[in-house]
Design a protein around this ligand. Structure first.
Ligand code: HEC
Length: 164
């Protein structure tokens, strides 16, 4: 469904621009002020995006820990993380907190919307850094940048995702 909640999209922009776009909370803060037409569907859509991140972690962990795949695979995965970051702000309209559909998002996400966006921006930037590290082909650089990406997940989940 991926219902569009406003006209802002970073999708067609270059990676660097994606980060720039994520740095413009004013453009993205808008959806939080709007109600979702179909809240349960929005929740599902964002969970689908989060699942892409799970695959990202799997791919890069495979490379770093087991030597599976190539730096090019890491780069592609890293860019998925940045792509997801570009979508996140539009996938969290107000009224989609825990209790709505299968939402696991705490009300804190909207109470601290700027902080939520900042955590998302950090993930987008970590993805760009990981992609750059992948370009060097240096495994240590990749492993270091990957730590940054992993930390960005936890930083947001700790504050805004319901604990299991
Ligand atoms: C800006 C905040 C934020 C960042 C950054 C973030 N997440 Fe999430 N994530 C959430 C929230 C909020 C939920 C709960 C979504 C819901 O169900 O409403 C979630 C849910 C998930 C889920 C469960 C999806 C499902 O099937 O229900 C997975 C897996 C996940 N995140 C992985 C990741 C990984 C891996 C990263 C880092 C690469 C990451 N997330 C980064 C906020 C974030």
């Amino acid at each position: 469904m991926a219902h569009r909640l406003n006209g802002v999209s970073c999708k067609t922009l270059l990676v660097a621009a994606v980060v720039g776009c994520a740095m413009a909370p004013a453009a993205f803060a808008q959806p939080a002020g709007q109600a979702a037409a179909d809240p349960a569907a929005v929740v599902e859509a964002r969970q689908t995006q989060m699942k892409r991140l799970k695959d990202v972690m799997k791919t890069v962990t495979g490379y770093v820990k087991d030597g599976a795949g190539t730096p090019a695979d890491v780069k592609a995965a890293a860019l998925v993380a940045s792509d997801v970051a570009s979508k996140v702000p539009n996938l969290y309209p107000k009224g989609t907190q825990v209790g709505v559909g299968k939402s696991e998002t705490l009300p804190a996400a909207w109470e601290q919307w700027d902080k939520f966006l900042a955590a998302n921006k950090a993930m987008g930037e970590a993805g760009v850094k990981l992609a750059a590290a992948a370009d060097t082909g240096n495994k240590d650089a990749i492993a270091g940048a990957f730590k940054g990406l992993g930390a960005s997940c936890g930083a947001c989940h700790d504050n805004f995702r319901q604990k299991k």
